[in-house]
Design a protein around this ligand. Sequence first.
Ligand SMILES: NC(=O)c1ccc[n+]([C@@H]2O[C@H](COP(=O)([O-])OP(=O)(O)OC[C@H]3O[C@@H](n4cnc5c(N)ncnc54)[C@H](O)[C@@H]3O)[C@@H](O)[C@H]2O)c1
Length: 333
Amino acid sequence: MKKAAVIGLGDISSIHLGAIAANDQIQLCAVCDIDPSARERAPQEVPFYTDYKEMIRKEQPDCVHICLPHYLHYPVAKDAVEMGVNVFCEKPVALNQAQAAEYVQLEKDHPELQIGICLQNRLNETTEALKELIDSGNYGKVTGIRGTVPWARPKEYYDVKPWRGKWKTAGGGCMINQSVHTLDLLYYLAGPIRRLKASVSQVLDYGIEVEDTVTASLEFENGARGLFYATNANFKNESVQLAVDLEKASFRMRDNILYRVEEDGSEVVLVEDRRMPGSKFYYGASHEKLIRKFYNSLESGSGDYIHVADAEMSIRLIDAIQNSGRFGIWTEV
Ligand SMILES: NC(=O)c1ccc[n+]([C@@H]2O[C@H](COP(=O)([O-])OP(=O)(O)OC[C@H]3O[C@@H](n4cnc5c(N)ncnc54)[C@H](O)[C@@H]3O)[C@@H](O)[C@H]2O)c1
C-alpha cells in the first residue's frame, strides 16, 4: 500500500482523486491547495494543507500528484524529489525546452525515485492498438500522419483561471495546454520529426497572451510527411482525429474508435476506447490506467510508465513550432 497526496485541487484533481480512490494499492493521506477555500471541495477524511512542503514533512507520502498550473510543475517536483518523494506530474512536463532539460536531469540524478508524466492518451486502447499495428512491421513504413484537435474554450476558461492565458504561467496556449497529447502521439507513433514549418495565431478575441490556433507541416526522419492542426476556437469540443498512412495500409482514429480503411474507401472498426462519462470526455479515460501502471512500478520497480525523458520531446516540438511560427521559417526539431 502506497500513501499518496494531491497538490492542487482545481479542475483535474477530481480525476486523480477518483483514480486513487479506485485503486486499493493507494491510500490518500493528504491534499494541498494554496487557496484555503479549496478545503470545502477537498475529500474531508484527510488533512488539508496550504503548504506542500509542510504536508510532505508531516505526512511523509510515498508519492505526490502534481495538479498545478504549468509553471509550478518542475519546481514543485524538484522540491518533492529532494524531500525523497516520488512524483506523478500532470502534463505538460515543463514550460519550455530549457526547463524540460532540467527536469530530465533531475530524473537522472534521482534513480532511487520515480517521476511519471501524465500523457495518458498513450494508453488509450485505440492508441495501443495502432502503435502495435505500426510497430509490427506488417504494413511497411509510415508515409504520412495527421493530427487534428478541433476544440473550443470559452473566454471564461481564461477569465476564471488567468494563469492559462499567460506565457509566464502556462508557457503557451492551445498547444501546451490542450493538444500536447496529440503532438506527443505524432512522434510516438510515426517516429522522430526532423523539421517543421508552422503558423501560430490567435483567431479569438479574448485578450490573452497565448496562441489559440496552430497549423504545422512536419517532415519526419524516415521521410514521412505530417500535418498538425489544433485550435481552441471551434464552435464545440469535437473528437481528436488521427490519420496514419503506411505503405500497405491506412488507419483512422476518431470519436475514440480506430478504423482500418479498406481499398474501396470503407472503414472497418478495429478497436474502441473505454469512454469517460461526463462533459469532459475529451480528457480521455486513461488517467486511471496510467496511475495504476505508475503505482505498479512503485511496487515492483518495473519502470513501465511515461518518464520525464519520454515526455521531453513534446516540449521540444512545441518550442520548434512556436519558433517557426514567429519567424515563418522551417525549423529543425
Ligand atoms: N491530462 C489531462 O488530460 C489534463 C486535463 C486537464 C488539465 N490538465 C493539467 O492539470 C494541471 C492543472 O490544471 P487545472 O485545469 O486543474 O488547473 P486549475 O487552475 O483548475 O487548478 C490548479 C490548482 O492549483 C492550486 N495552486 C496554485 N498554486 C499552488 C501552490 N503553490 N500550492 C498548492 N496549490 C496551488 C490553485 O489554487 C488551483 O486550485 C495543468 O497542468 C493542466 O494542463 C491535464
